[in-house]
Each structure stands twice: as structure tokens, then as C-alpha cells.
Design a protein around this ligand. Structure first.
Ligand SMILES: Cc1ncc(COP(=O)(O)O)c(C=O)c1O
Length: 360
């Protein structure tokens, strides 16, 4: 089905950032946004593009109190031909519907989601920065303006997409990865089995902030989350998925329901298997990681996510002790994965899998 969305263009375009070095993450929103309504009985309707600006809420709106909402995150990269590349946006569409199901938000046709993303990105394409590592971050989200204090799913929703010019995750040099310092979080957990860990919803992030603050205070960049039951098994690294190379195997925690199924995680697994690596998706005990560091069989570890693509792990800090991985040197597999994924995303390398890149 062909979707066409009416466009109301801004009459007061903003000045675009000129210094790609200080873009940050969430500072430079573009001129327009996509918005669409949902009403019970009518479904999703009236998708349209309007000037970017504040949205008005009744203070009694249910989302503001009970957090029934969802969001997604993906990026558009400038390709060498001057167009834009999206990376596996169909995966975000699928994850949106998985989150919606968990959060009792009505599903959305995947084609409609993709058409909306493409329409707003095309309109504000000029905002995409060109420096290495920079991109146009795409943030689709759903919330409800319905006024109610009943703890029940709403009958009315808004689907909104905003865009933001964002800076390089690795400052200075696009290919200069570094081993990051990670605090293993002993007390707080991100998500529990049966909860909302596999869904992309605000509450998962709000409850993690306390541990991020602790990590930063202790000179660490991120938190390694453990399982909620025993605090023994590795789950995720901050807002990324975790990978460990032990011996000849690559191991990543299996998706048990408390872990977000990352698009980059899935892409890394597929690429590694294509390259001939054995990848195990299974529970991995923290003790196994530490034992492997001590006996030298843990060769490298990294985190995967849209923001960083690949972020090597240099040190795990647990109960005040540093466990150093690969002398904090970036491993060959981490570097190869980064080069390959980032190369495809930016169109500098051909799409190795044939259908991962959507060109606009
Ligand atoms: C909790 C969490 N885990 C993992 C990821 C990585 O997912 P993706 O690779 O789709 O960005 C994210 C980012 O969206 C996240 O928020």
C-alpha cells in the first residue's frame, strides 16, 4: 500500500548546526516531525508532517502518570552518493510491535511505520551531518494524551517521529575504538523475566539511571547489568547487548525476556556466523567471565547498539576489583565487526547481506 502524508512546512526554519564536532546527542532537532493519531474503532489515522514543536498535554494524561508508552531508535547515515542509508528499519518496525503488545498499545502495520520514517527523513534529509561518525538519529515513539487515572490501557494514542542531528560516538576518529571501563552492578537490576526488559519503554530506562550515576561516580562509562534473581548472570551493558569471546567461541546472553533484542546484536550474530565463528546464545555466568579473564581464555568483549555500533570492553570493575580484558586493547573481532557494520551503514562497503540497507 502506498502511504501519502500531507506536509505542513515550517515558515521559520532553524539554523542547522555548522560544527559537527559539538553535535552531542539530543541537541539539534530538525524542522519537522511526523504525527499520527490512534482512536479506538478507527485505528491509526491522519498521519501528517508538521513543523517541529511542543505538543500540548492535559496534566491528567495517562502516559504522564503510568508510563504507558514505547519508543524506538535508529539512524540515517549520509552515503557517498549524497543520499541516505537506513540500516534494517524493518527490525525496528517488528520490535515496535513486540513492545506495543507488551505495553497494551495497538499494533501498527509495519509498512505504515516504514513509510512514516522514510517520509520525515526525506523531508529533513538536509539536517544529516556529514562528518565521520555523525548521523541523523530517528526517534519514533508512542504515548497517550487520554485523560484518565485508571490503570488501564488508553483508547487514544499519538505516534510521533522526531529527528536529531547527532555526533560521533567515538570522538575525533571514526575508527578509533577504545576499551571502555564498565561497572558490574551488584544491587540494582534493569529488568526481570516476566517484566518489560524486552520492550523498549521508558520505565526500563528510568530505573537504570541510579546505577549509571553510580558508574560515572566510580570512573566507569557504563553498567554491566546482571540477572534479577541471583545477580549471577550477565544481561546487558548499559543500553547495549554484551558479547564475550572465550576460547574460539563467541558468547552472548540468550534472549530470555529481560534483555532487549538489539538490531545490532542480531546483525553481529549473523555476520559472525557468516564469517565462520561459532556463536552461542546462552546464559553466561559472571564467574565464567572472570575465570576466563584469569586463565587468559577470554580474548575480547564488546557491547553492540545503534549508538556505538560496537563498543569494546576494556575493564570490568566488580566489588572494587578491576578485571582487565585483552590488556584494554581493541580485539580483532570487535574491530572487524565495527568496520563491517559501520562500512555498510555509511555505504562505504557493499551490503554484505543483500537486504540490510534501505537507500533513500
Ligand atoms: C537496553 C538496550 N539494550 C540494547 C540496545 C541495543 O539495541 P539496538 O542494537 O537495536 O540499538 C538498546 C538500544 O536500543 C537498549 O536500549
Amino acid at each position: 500500500m502506498d502511504y501519502v502524508f500531507p506536509v505542513t512546512k515550517t515558515t521559520t526554519p532553524k539554523e542547522k548546526p555548522t560544527n559537527c564536532k559539538s553535535l552531542g546527542f539530543g541537541k539539534y532537532f530538525t524542522d519537522h516531525m511526523f504525527i499520527m493519531d490512534y482512536d479506538e474503532g478507527q485505528g491509526w489515522h491522519d498521519g501528517r508532517i508538521v513543523p517541529y514543536g511542543p505538543i500540548s498535554f492535559d496534566p491528567g494524561a495517562t502516559t504522564l502518570h503510568y508510563g504507558q508508552m514505547m519508543f524506538e531508535g535508529l539512524k540515517a547515515y549520509r552515503n557517498p552518493e549524497g543520499g541516505l542509508n537506513l540500516f534494517r528499519p524493518d527490525m525496528n518496525a517488528k520490535r515496535l510491535n513486540n513492545t506495543n503488545e507488551r505495553m497494551c498499545i495497538p499494533p501498527m502495520d509495519e509498512e505504515l511505520f516504514l513509510a512514516a520514517v522514510k517520509a520525515i527523513v526525506k523531508l529533513d534529509a538536509d539536517w544529516t551531518p556529514t562528518d565521520p561518525g555523525t548521523s541523523l538519529y530517528i526517534r519514533p515513539f508512542i504515548l497517550s494524551p487520554e485523560v484518565s487515572f485508571s490503570v488501564l490501557p488508553a483508547k487514544k494514542y499519538w505516534f510521533i517521529i522526531i529527528l536529531c542531528a547527532v555526533g560521533a560516538y567515538y570522538e575525533g576518529n571514526e575508527s578509533k575504538l577504545h576499551g571502555s571501563r564498565i561497572l558490574v552492578e551488584e544491587k540494582f537490576i534493569r529488568a526481570a523475566i516476566g517484566g518489560t526488559g524486552y520492550a523498549k519503554t521508558a520505565g526500563n530506562y528510568a530505573c537504570g539511571m541510579i546505577a549509571s550515576i553510580k558508574a560515572h561516580e566510580q570512573g566507569c562509562e557504563e553498567v554491566l547489568w546482571l540477572d534479577s534473581n541471583e545477580h549471577k548472570y550477565v544481561e546487558e551493558v548499559g543500553t547495549s547487548n554484551a558479547f564475550f569471546v572465550i576460547g574460539d567461541k563467541v558468547i552472548t546472553p540468550e534472549l530470555t525476556g529481560s534483555i532487549l533484542p538489539g538490531v545490532t546484536r542480531d546483525s553481529a550474530i549473523q555476520l559472525l556466523r557468516k564469517w565462520g565463528y561459532e556463536v552461542e546464545e546462552r546464559r553466561i555466568e559472571l564467574k565464567e567471565v572472570f575465570d576466563a579473564i584469569k586463565d587468559g581464555s577470554l580474548k575480547e568483549a564488546w557491547a553492540t547498539g545503534t549508538a556505538c555500533v560496537i563498543s569494546p570492553i576494556g575493564v570490568l570493575n566488580y566489588k572494587g576489583e578491576d578485571y582487565v580484558i585483552n590488556n584494554e586493547v581493541v580485539g580483532d573481532i570487535s574491530q572487524r565487526l565495527y568496520d563491517s557494520l559501520y562500512g555498510m551503514q555509511t555505504g562505504k562497503l557493499p551490503d554484505e547481506m543483500g537486504n540490510w540497507i534501505v537507500r533513500l
